[in-house]
Write a protein that binds this ligand. Structure first.
Ligand code: TRP
Length: 456
């Protein structure tokens, strides 16, 4: 943390902080990833598991990461480093710092898909996009997917070079309310189609028959992903806030906002599966392609579908860009701070990482489709590696750092500087018992799943 030692900036105020965190939290995770996981892993039971994890475990982790960041005034590598210099501390810091670097490449591939769809709506290809095989043919066409990925990756890298971060924040302030309004509109439209109600029921009503271990694994990975936790981001944000920001309250606000957007996206997409594809099991299992299959069908059935399609994909694109830029920015600042590299060199390295890993993901459905990593396509593999393996390990390192090294008291004192920490007892219980137990169960299930010991 050489650079920031004396010049660490602060957020302008409490609202500025909440908006910044919400801006980084709301992205493809809410709109693209949450609905497909919910469709795939059990509907209502997934939602219930997600909500429980979010308001217990997720809450405790956000508070912890933010408080550690504010206390040490460091990003993850530096924050862990304040407590010790030996290998476990280095490992804890770095695993948090490396995760965003592995997410941006595949995030940019999905971003590329979004740009492609926006482009097609602009060309008024509304009916073609809604055809059954459109998406499959698109991603199998390697030249096409790679091109759109390169475009998205290029924009991200160019913004990092230009360093127009403030502009990005301003964009997201305008975009966020628009996104909410449009999402409500599309969700209502989608829920009122004939046959859509069984989709609403599938998404909202828990059915224990649909429960599997994978429901928990997926819900936990999604919680990390969507809230941008277990990857060092909140350490960095926490390090920018002053002592008067109420950590408890801002955490609650961010969680509620993020979940509301995810649920709206679920209500746009899952009922549409039932209304337009008869709720068939194969579509529910579609995975990463779900949004790209169902949303165009919704728009094609509307009177002014082309306009809605343009607006929708434009807003999703902006949400994806702001998130991708902050993810990549966190990688760049890790290089600058830890390796002492210049901004330009760090940005180039980040760009190269996006290019190499991202291309592998983009081509994984076309020319590279013979490459199966642990039985998954390259993109799914990166998603699994970061969300189901590395993030639990990163979260575990934070728990151990707090309970064994820093001491829960220190965190409690940090939080109490800005509020009376009403949920203190609950927080301590979660950090001591619930979090480690959850994480260990998840890690074992993920590994057992990879090794084929249990099928999930
Ligand atoms: N939470 C973001 C989403 O839902 C993705 C994300 C994960 C992110 N980690 C981040 C965004 C860090 C910005 C910074 O899409």
């Amino acid at each position: 943390m050489k650079k920031n030692e004396n010049s660490r900036s602060s957020f302008s105020g409490k609202l500025g902080y909440v908006l910044a965190v919400a801006g980084s939290a709301v992205g493809l995770g809410n709109i693209w990833r949450f609905p497909y996981l919910a469709a795939k892993y059990g509907g209502g039971i997934f939602l219930l598991t997600y909500l429980i994890l979010m308001f217990t475990f997720g809450y405790a982790l956000i508070v912890s990461e933010t408080a550690l960041g504010r206390m040490t005034k460091r990003s993850p590598v530096g924050a862990f480093g304040t407590f010790g210099k030996s290998i476990p501390f280095r490992f804890g810091g770095w695993i948090n710092a490396v995760i965003p670097m592995l997410i941006v490449p595949y995030y940019s591939v999905i971003g590329g898909w979004v740009v492609k769809y926006l482009f097609e709506y602009l060309r008024q290809n509304t009916a073609a996009l809604a055809e059954d095989n459109y998406f499959g043919q698109f991603i199998a066409n390697s030249a096409d997917t790679e091109l759109w990925f390169l475009l998205f990756g290029f924009i991200v890298t160019a913004v990092l070079f230009a360093g127009v971060k403030q502009g990005v924040e301003r964009v997201s302030k305008v975009m966020m309310p628009l996104l909410v309004v449009l999402a409500i509109f599309v969700a209502v439209y989608s829920m009122t189609r004939p046959g859509a109600l069984s989709g609403v029921a599938y998404f909202l009503i828990p059915n224990f028959k649909n429960f599997s271990w994978m429901t928990v694994v997926a819900a936990m990975g999604q919680m990390f992903y969507s809230l941008s936790i277990a990857m060092g981001i909140l350490y960095t944000y926490g390090s920018y806030i002053k002592k008067d920001v109420d950590i408890e309250k801002s955490t609650k606000q961010v969680e509620i906002f993020d979940t509301a957007i995810a649920m709206l996206a679920g209500l746009m997409i899952i009922p549409a599966v039932f209304a337009f594809s008869g709720g068939d099991a194969a579509t529910l299992q579609a995975g990463p392609s779900l949004m790209f299959i169902t949303i165009p069908k919704v728009f094609a059935s509307m009177g002014f579908g082309t306009g809605a399609g343009i607006l929708f994909f434009l807003l999703v694109l902006l949400a994806a860009l702001t998130s991708a830029i902050s993810l990549a920015e966190s990688g760049v600042s890790t290089f600058e701070d830890q390796l002492g590299w210049s901004r330009v060199k760090s940005t180039l390295l980040m760009g190269a990482i996006i290019l190499i890993f991202g291309s592998a993901c983009a081509l994984g459905f076309g020319v590279l489709d013979f490459v199966q990593l642990l039985g998954m396509s390259v993109l799914d593999f990166f998603d699994f590696l970061t969300n189901s393996l590395m993030m639990p390990i990163a979260a575990l390192s934070t728990c151990i750092l707090i309970t064994r090294v820093a001491g829960l008291d220190q965190i409690v004192r940090e939080v109490e500087q800005s509020s009376d920490f009403k949920r203190r007892k609950m927080y301590c219980f979660f950090m001591k018992y619930l979090a480690p137990a959850c994480i260990i169960i998840i890690l074992f299930s993920s590994i057992a799943n990879v090794l084929g010991w249990i099928s999930m």
